[in-house]
Design a protein around this ligand. Structure first.
Ligand code: DWN
Length: 410
C-alpha cells in the first residue's frame, strides 16, 4: 500500500523541517486485523514527527493513501460515546441559537461520520449535508435521515457544491483538519463553501495538551498535523479566513474548538492563546526538545509496571481498541505475553485483532466475566465514562491502569 515521504511543510511548503520524535515503523492504527488475515503481512510505515521552523506546524512526514486509511472497513463510529453525543448536541444547539439558524439555513459537516452531530440540526428542521468517505458510517448516517455524500471533501467538491448554490451558514469539521493530505486545499474548500456571513466551527486536538500530558499515543498515520493556535492562525489567514475565537475542550485529551470566519473579528480568547504560546516558545524547536526523552520514560515505566504484575502472576486486559491504543502497544511492545485481550463497545471491532500486536478484541460486556486483575486503559480519554460503565468490575476488585502522562494504577 502506497505512502509518500513529505520533505516540505504541509501548511507553508517550507523545507525547514526538523524531526523531534521517531516512533519507528508502525502498522496503521485503525486497520484492525480480521481473523482470516492473521497470516497476512501488515504494512508498516515510518512515524516521524517534525517541527516547521517557518510556520510552527507540527506534522508527520509520511502520507499514507487516504483511500487506504478511511474507506473500506473504517471502524470508527462517533456515536459509541454518550459523552461525545452530548458534547456534539450542546455544540449544535448553541450554534442554532448564536447564528439564528432556521429552515432556510444550510449546515454542512466535513467527516460527518454516522450523523452523530448533524442529526441535532435535522431534529430542528435545518437542512444539512454530511460528507464522509467511510461507507459504513455514511450508511449509518443515512439510516437516521442525515443526507451524506460518501466522499472526501476537497476543493473540487467545494467548487461543485458552490456552483449548485449550496453555500453553508455553518461548516463543521471535527477531528478531520489534521487528517487531510491537502491541508491548504481543504481550508480553501471551506472558504469556497462558506457564505460571506458564514462560520466554520472546527475541533482539533490541541498540540499543547499533547506535549503537556505526553499524549504521544495520539500520534498515528491518520493524524498528519498537530495544531497550535500559532500554526492554525497562519494557515487560515493564508486563505482569507480568520480564527476569531477558540474554546478549550477536555475531549480527546484536550482539544480546541475553532470559530473561523471570512470576516476578521479576533476575540481575546485567540490573542491570549497566541501570547501564551509565544511565551512558552511553541514557535521554536526548544519547546519540543525533551519530548522524546519523556516518551521513552513512559515506555520504560509502563513496561516495568506490566512486567512486574505479570511476574506476580496477575492477569491483565485492556479497554478500548482505540487508534491511540495501537500506537501505544506497538511503540512500547505490549504484546499478548502481557495483555490477554482488549474489550471495546464498538461491535465493528469485535472478533478482530489490534494492529501489529494482534491482541484479540472482545465485547466490553465480557470484562466482568473475564475479570482480569488489571485493565490497561487504552482509551484513557474516556476514563470517567468507562469506569462508570464498568463500575461492577472495580467493585469486584478489578483495577485500571492509566498509561499517560505517568503510568499508574488507579
Ligand atoms: O481522530 C480520531 C479520533 C477522534 O477517534 C480518529 N482518527 C480515530 C479515533 O481515534 P481513537 O480510536 O483513539 O478514538 P477514541 O474515540 O478515543 O477511541 C475510543 C475507543 O474506545 C473506541 O474504539 C470506542 C471505545 N469505547 C468503548 O468501548 N466504550 C469508548 C467509550 C467511550 C466506551 O464507553
Amino acid at each position: 500500500m502506497p505512502s509518500t515521504f513529505e520533505s516540505r511543510c504541509r501548511s507553508c511548503d517550507s523545507d525547514n523541517l526538523e524531526v523531534f520524535l521517531d516512533l519507528g515503523n508502525t502498522p496503521l492504527a485503525d486497520r484492525l486485523v480480521s481473523a482470516d488475515a492473521l497470516d497476512a503481512p501488515e504494512p508498516r510505515y515510518p512515524l516521524k514527527v517534525a517541527f516547521c521552523h517557518d510556520c510552527s506546524l507540527v506534522q508527520i512526514l509520511e502520507t499514507v493513501d487516504p483511500e487506504v486509511l478511511f474507506t473500506d472497513n473504517y471502524p470508527y463510529f462517533s456515536s459509541i460515546s454518550p459523552f461525545l453525543l452530548q458534547h456534539s448536541r450542546d455544540n449544535a444547539l448553541d450554534l442554532i441559537e448564536r447564528r439564528r439558524l432556521d429552515q432556510d439555513s444550510l449546515v454542512v459537516e466535513l467527516a460527518s461520520n454516522d450523523g452523530y452531530l448533524l442529526k441535532n440540526y435535522v431534529e430542528s428542521g435545518i437542512t444539512v449535508l454530511g460528507i464522509d468517505p467511510a461507507d459504513g458510517p455514511a450508511e449509518a448516517a443515512e439510516r437516521i435521515n442525515v443526507p451524506t455524500l460518501c466522499d472526501f471533501f476537497t476543493i473540487d467538491l467545494a467548487r461543485r457544491l458552490a456552483d449548485q448554490g449550496k453555500l453553508a451558514d455553518v461548516v463543521h469539521g471535527n477531528n478531520v483538519l489534521a487528517h487531510v493530505a491537502d491541508t491548504n486545499g481543504f481550508v480553501e474548500g471551506i472558504k469556497i463553501l462558506l457564505k460571506p456571513t458564514g462560520i466554520a466551527v472546527i475541533e482539533v486536538p490541541y498540540l499543547k495538551s499533547l506535549i503537556d500530558h505526553c499524549e504521544f499515543d495520539t500520534i498515528y498515520h491518520e493524524h498528519l498535523c498537530y495544531f497550535s493556535v500559532t500554526a492554525l492562525d497562519k494557515l487560515f489567514r493564508r486563505h482569507g479566513l480568520y480564527l476569531n475565537e477558540i474554546k478549550h475542550l477536555g475531549i480527546h485529551g484536550g482539544s480546541l474548538r475553532l470559530y473561523v470566519e471570512p470576516i476578521e473579528d479576533v476575540q481575546a480568547s485567540v490573542s491570549e492563546a497566541l501570547a501564551d504560546e509565544y511565551a512558552l516558545g511553541i514557535d521554536t524547536i526548544r519547546y519540543f526538545e525533551d519530548f522524546s526523552l519523556r516518551v521513552q520514560h513512559v515506555k520504560q515505566s509502563l513496561l516495568a509496571l506490566l512486567r512486574n504484575l505479570k511476574a506476580e502472576g496477575k492477569r491483565i486486559g485492556a479497554y478500548g481498541a482505540a487508534a491511540k491504543g495501537a500506537t501505544l502497544i506497538n511503540f512500547i511492545g505490549i504484546d499478548t505475553g502481557l495483555i490477554d485481550f482488549v474489550v471495546d463497545r464498538n461491535v465493528h471491532k469485535h472478533g478482530k485483532r489490534m494492529p501489529g500486536q494482534r491482541i484479540p478484541i472482545l465485547p466490553a460486556e465480557q470484562l466482568i466475566e473475564l475479570m482480569p486483575d488489571y485493565v490497561l486503559l487504552l482509551a484513557w480519554n474516556f476514563a470517567d465514562e468507562i469506569r462508570s460503565e464498568q463500575n461492577a468490575y472495580e467493585a469486584s476488585g478489578g483495577q485500571f491502569i492509566v498509561p499517560i502522562p505517568e503510568p499508574g494504577i488507579l
